[in-house]
Write a protein that binds this ligand. Structure first.
Ligand code: HEC
Ligand code: HEC
Length: 285
């Protein structure tokens, strides 16, 4: 690399990927992405008062796979976070562990605490780099980036308890019926192929939509699994940034692991959105 021929080749490859993305853009958002980042939440009246426990568990599952962005990290691919299939059972062992720093006294309380204060217990080997497993890279799910309501958090606990075959101990909160959830609207967006695609032009909205802030410090979000992007433009140019988003394993910055950042953004971002994002990141100095 560095030679003129090398540069030409790189440019060819880059413009080819842009064309491919442009060609895909018309279809991509109607496909089923492997990892579904949160869509912007749509206000929805959830009638918790007339919900059965089965419906509440199903709500938890939708939040887990959608708005909560849990599967971005807790999935079989990449191994960026522990799997949660049996966590409702394992929770009791966590409470008895001498490394446990929190205040929970039941499995249910442990699950709640894990979501809003992840550093109360850090699963060994999964801590933030350089902290010797004392700090968790998981974001507070009630915080700005994800913004789960109390009712949504409880629904996820019900889902996890049911998934592990444990008794569901959470109660459906009947005073929190007014909450935002993207769960219903999300399935509509995917199914309704007549819907006009919404192409975002605000870089921060694109970052929220694709949950970049779950892993990166960027646009007022404080993710810690990937590099801090708040000054990324100081030493990375647009070509590098574009490649970093489309093909995350192409360059691995020192101190970080491959296979953690999803490699599906090429299918999920519209060409226009990708360019807005690249220009924005290149300008952060
Ligand atoms: C940006 C990546 C990321 C996202 C998003 C994320 N987590 Fe985590 N989570 C982790 C990591 C890494 C750990 C292990 C470190 C620790 O114990 O905090 C973890 C730990 C946990 C634990 C404790 C596991 C144990 O074995 O004790 C629970 C429970 C949990 N997450 C639930 C969730 C739920 C529910 C969501 C979605 C609402 C979620 N997480 C979203 C990265 C993430
Ligand atoms: C599940 C966690 C995760 C998510 C979500 C994520 N990233 Fe990353 N990102 C990483 C990790 C880890 C690295 C470092 C390793 C690598 O390059 O693959 C990285 C690297 C990068 C880099 C290169 C930084 C450098 O200095 O080389 C850029 C740029 C970037 N991400 C942008 C984004 C954008 C934009 C989004 C949202 C569209 C996003 N990331 C979503 C984890 C994530």
């Amino acid at each position: 690399m560095g030679s003129v021929a090398g540069m030409r080749n790189l440019i060819k490859v880059m413009s080819f990927s842009l064309l491919t993305i442009a060609a895909f853009a018309g279809y991509s958002n109607f496909g089923i992405p492997v990892i579904k980042p949160a869509l912007p939440p749509v206000e929805e009246q959830l009638d918790l008062e007339s919900m059965t426990m089965d419906q509440f568990i199903a709500l938890g599952e939708r939040v887990f796979n959608g708005k909560g962005t849990c599967t971005l990290c807790h999935s079989a691919v990449g191994g960026r976070a522990p799997l949660l299939d049996t966590i409702a059972t394992t929770a009791k062992e966590r409470l008895a562990d001498e490394r446990y720093q929190g205040e929970a006294d039941t499995a249910e309380a442990y699950l709640f605490e894990s979501m809003v204060k992840p550093s109360a217990y850090v699963v060994s080997g999964f801590g933030k780099a350089g902290t010797n497993d004392t700090e968790s890279p998981m974001p507070d799910v009630a915080g700005g980036g994800i913004g789960m309501s109390d009712a949504e958090t409880k629904a996820v606990i019900a889902y996890l308890q049911n998934l592990a075959g444990e008794e569901v101990t959470v109660e459906i909160p009947i005073d929190g019926g007014d909450m935002a959830s993207s769960a219903e609207s999300e399935s509509e967006t995917v199914a309704d192929s007549d819907a006009k695609p919404v192409i975002l032009e605000d870089p921060e909205a694109i970052i929220v939509k694709h949950a970049c802030g779950a892993c990166h410090k960027v646009a007022d979000q404080v993710g810690a699994l990937g590099p801090d992007l708040t000054q990324i433009g100081a030493n990375r140019d647009e070509a590098y940034l574009r490649r970093a988003i489309l093909d995350p394993n192409a360059d691995i910055p020192e101190g970080f692991q491959p296979n953690i950042m999803p490699n599906t953004y090429g299918e999920q971002l519209y060409a226009k959105e990708l360019e807005v994002l690249v220009t924005y990141l290149a300008g952060l100095k």
